[in-house]
Design a protein around this ligand. Structure first.
Ligand code: NAD
Length: 491
């Protein structure tokens, strides 16, 4: 396990020598300590990224040259996939097969953006047809500069990859701050970058507190672009900081995503997708479908099967074979989710299953899969993101009512619909005010497709070619082709 900051191609302790604890959420034991970056360390990291961008030529490499580095990082991740997945479980608590999946996806993300970096050399978006044929014009895309990336703890290496891969592909250099509760695998990414010979300063990793290291990144005048995934309140701070300096900004924030199940749906399949939509990663998923709306014809039968299956989910240490639900990431998160369940109860909701610590677990931040019914529409449980294994289930009568309930939220990250009637599913998909819509499933995520939210769920899109655009500026270059002067006034 690495314990130091990675700045300008070197491992270094924090300038004030301070460290923070790494806690295994399955055992509550302190398993490691990591240097906590200070504002001074962040300044060194930004200056290194600046030099790599302005002087040392990272943006001047061809896309194909940068792609070679990205592919080498992907290969480096794959070569150590098992080891990195294990670290992710120790740090975050998720079941090992999920961690394994995340790490494979992270490697895939670097390969995907290597492909887009190569395409930048022959950018298909270049040619512009002008109405005036005395001129030719082209649009060239160029990297924005130094990107400050700040990420959460729910998919530690994957979130790092979603930002670092497109930024490096575009030709930006990066200062990345992982979440303070899950910094281990971001440091492994730095180790891989180091091993494959990524030039110094191109990628800098500065673990530390949000209020110190994170704040120093967003306040730094030499950072050109802020890319953030996390909570709404911190997202607001980041946007305010970006507004002050006119930094480019992209935000991926929270959600309270609906899953509408019509009564022509297969109940068993619906239950499977509902479980996946809310209990995957212990429900600590920004796009979790945490509000399930079920048409009244199958409401009773579906709820019964959902509770039976939720009660069967095997809970335990993510490293143990067959475990499907690990502990929540931290004591703080565990306490927040328990408080949200208590508040729902006080507001009149029924805890149909779960809501408590599973039997036989004295240590670790474990919580049973929880199904809430009768949740008042104006209660926090229905309105606010809980970010834990807690789903609210509610009946509806008509399509119109379902769409209105689904959209009655200040968030708009994701939404799902299940029906055997394709026309209806498509119609509802279009009616959802959300950036990601799933038909007959919930949560499958693809590196090629745009990811991001409407309304308070964020600004901009990650992944796919949209993700690359987050790190590019567009410049027009227009050439006058005629010998005849055009003059300062129009003839
Ligand atoms: P958080 O906002 O508390 O922290 C996210 C990151 O911001 C951390 O690295 C933290 O250290 C940093 N930070 C905190 N204060 C800061 C400050 N003042 N300046 C700069 N950085 C600061 O969120 P979290 O608890 O880590 O994650 C949970 C939240 O993230 C949920 O609300 C969830 O919905 C959201 N999320 C969204 C997505 C998405 O793709 N839309 C993905 C994952 C998580």
């Amino acid at each position: 396990m690495r314990s130091e900051l990675y700045i300008d191609g070197k491992w270094t302790a924090a300038s004030d020598g301070k460290t923070f604890e790494v806690v295994n959420p399955a055992t509550e034991e302190v398993i490691h300590r990591i240097s906590a970056a200070t504002a001074k360390d962040v300044d060194s990291a930004v200056k290194a990224a600046r030099r790599a961008f302005d002087r040392d030529g990272w943006p001047k490499l061809t896309g194909a040259q940068r792609a070679r580095y990205l592919r080498a990082i992907a290969a480096g991740i794959r070569a150590r996939q098992a080891e990195i997945a294990r670290l992710e479980v120790l740090d975050n608590g998720k079941p090992l097969p999920e961690a394994d999946w995340d790490i494979a996806d992270a490697a895939g993300c670097f390969d995907f953006y290597a492909g887009l970096a190569e395409q930048l050399d022959n950018d298909p978006e270049e040619a512009i047809a002008l109405a005036d044929d005395r001129f030719t014009s082209k649009a060239v895309r160029e990297p924005i500069g130094v990107a400050g990336a700040i990420i959460p703890w729910n998919y530690p290496l994957l979130m790092a990859s979603w930002k670092v891969a497109p930024a490096l592909a575009a030709g930006c250099t990066v200062v990345l701050k992982p979440a303070e509760v899950t910094s281990l695998t971001a440091l492994e990414l730095a180790a891989i970058a180091d091993e494959i010979g990524l030039p110094p300063g191109v990628l800098n990793i500065v673990p530390g507190a949000g209020s110190v290291a994170g704040q120093a990144i967003i306040d730094h005048s030499q950072v050109d672009k802020l890319a953030f995934t996390g909570s709404g309140p911190v997202g607001s701070k980041i946007m305010a900081a970006a507004a002050r300096d006119i930094k480019r900004v992209s935000l991926e924030l929270g959600g309270k995503s609906p899953f509408v199940v019509f009564d022509d749906a297969d109940i068993e399949k619906a239950v499977e997708w509902i479980l996946f939509g809310i209990f995957w990663n212990q429900g600590q998923v920004c796009s979790a479908t945490s509000r399930v709306l079920v048409q009244d014809g199958i409401y009773g039968a579906l709820l019964k099967r959902l509770i039976e299956e939720a009660n069967k989910i095997r809970i335990g240490d993510g490293l143990d074979e067959g475990v499907l639900l690990g502990p929540l990431v931290s004591k703080r998160q565990y306490e927040q989710v328990v408080a949200a369940i208590d508040a729902a109860n006080s507001a009149g909701a029924t805890v149909a299953c779960g809501g408590t610590r599973p039997e036989g677990f004295d240590r670790g931040y474990y919580l049973r899969p929880t199904v809430l019914t009768d949740v008042p529409l104006d209660s926090a449980a229905w309105v606010e993101e809980i970010f834990g294994p807690v789903v609210c289930v509610r009946p509806f009568k008509t399509e119109e009512e379902a769409v209105a309930l689904a959209n009655d939220t200040r968030f708009g990250l994701a939404a799902a619909v299940m029906s055997r009637d394709d026309t209806r599913a498509e119609r509802v998909a279009k009616a959802f005010r959300a950036g990601i819509v799933w038909i007959n499933c919930s949560q499958p995520t693809f590196t090629e497709a745009p990811w991001g939210g409407y309304k308070e769920s964020g600004i901009g899109r990650e992944l796919g070619r949209w993700g690359l655009n987050n790190y590019l500026e567009t410049k027009q270059i227009t050439k006058y082709m005629s010998e005849d002067p055009w003059g300062w006034y129009i003839k």
